[in-house]
Design a protein around this ligand. Sequence first.
Ligand SMILES: *Cc1c(COP(=O)(O)O)cnc(C)c1O
Length: 401
Amino acid sequence: MPGFELFGEREREQVNEVLQTGVLMRYGFDGMRNNVWKARELEEAVAKRMQTRYAQAVSSGTAALTVALQSAGVGAGDEVIMPTFTFVASFESILAIGAVPILVDVDDTLTLDPKCVARAITPRTKVVMPVHMCGSMADLDALKEICDTHGLLLLEDACQAIGGSYGGKPLGSYGDLGCFSFDYVKTITCGEGGALITDNERFHKNADHYSDHGHDHLGSDRGADAHPFLGYNFRISELNAAVGCAQIKRLDEFLALQKRHYDIMRKAIGPIEGIAFRRVPAGGVENYSFLNFFLPSRPLAQKAQQALTEAGVDACFYWYDNNWHYYRKWAHLTHLTSLGKLPQEIVQQLPDYEKSNFSQSDHWVGRTLSCLVKIGWTRAEVEERAQKMAQVLKRVLAAPQ
Ligand SMILES: *Cc1c(COP(=O)(O)O)cnc(C)c1O
């Protein structure tokens, strides 16, 4: 997945263009900047590649989620449906605006189960936020139908699946809003950065203003800007955006490498009895950032992960025990452990997740291994890795239980 593996001349060139002018901020300083506008250039490139009318670049993927929610008018007490398997940024962005994260089970897609989403809807629900984890997508048609029926927004977190598609549309562009992260370990990186995409003019305008203290950006004098509503600072710097300008041009090259490496590994382990792959919804194309598969049981998945690590096959993750990506280790959310007082709406409305039954998620995530697909490997390295994976998995599955 990581774009940092292929950081080089093109990235340096882009950053140097900014360093030549010394204008490190994305707004203003028109006279000094010699017409270098890297954040704008990145936004144009993202919107074009993702086939949406608008893109707003911001300081991180978490910021993109927060700005997306705010730009759609989501606020205190509103409920946002999100999966039990995701990164902590999902509930952080929801809590940041006073809204309430409603955790819902995942299915064999490792993303939101539409049936469970339908059951979780209340009069307070405003948003359904599928997270396209580990390179593949949620069943977007089913989720869209639920959203349309109930008048809800569909917000796609495509931070881990940039470049994948569904029904021919780039992931992130299918919902009302879509978010990407360009942090250091994502498929393309800015160092730190993110973006949201939308076709909705009002959401985009809100995002543009909100992410820069509410500035209306109407004139060329920042000091004279009005502030039609309260905002915050989620700006991306020109230096970070410059790296992104180089990387987005290489996205399709990175995806092709990921697919090549993914295919080699999948072919090697596919025939092994007891290995099943994560379901990709019909019409979906992965971005191939991870190879995800199920073992027959939780103990076997644990054993396989350990055996792979011991055999030198690194970066195969067992999310069930992971501190960051699965609800079991989110005690700080469950107990609302925070530095200061939280909004009353959150305190009063957060479900008691200690009593929740997420056994369906446990059933799938407890048997899942996700092997990171790197782009810097040579073909020989991938082939060796694939053979090793197959040997280890065969051995683990053949051992008496
Ligand atoms: C990385 C990630 C984010 C957050 O992105 P940052 O740029 O690190 O803030 C959000 N959601 C998912 C699924 C991610 O993987």
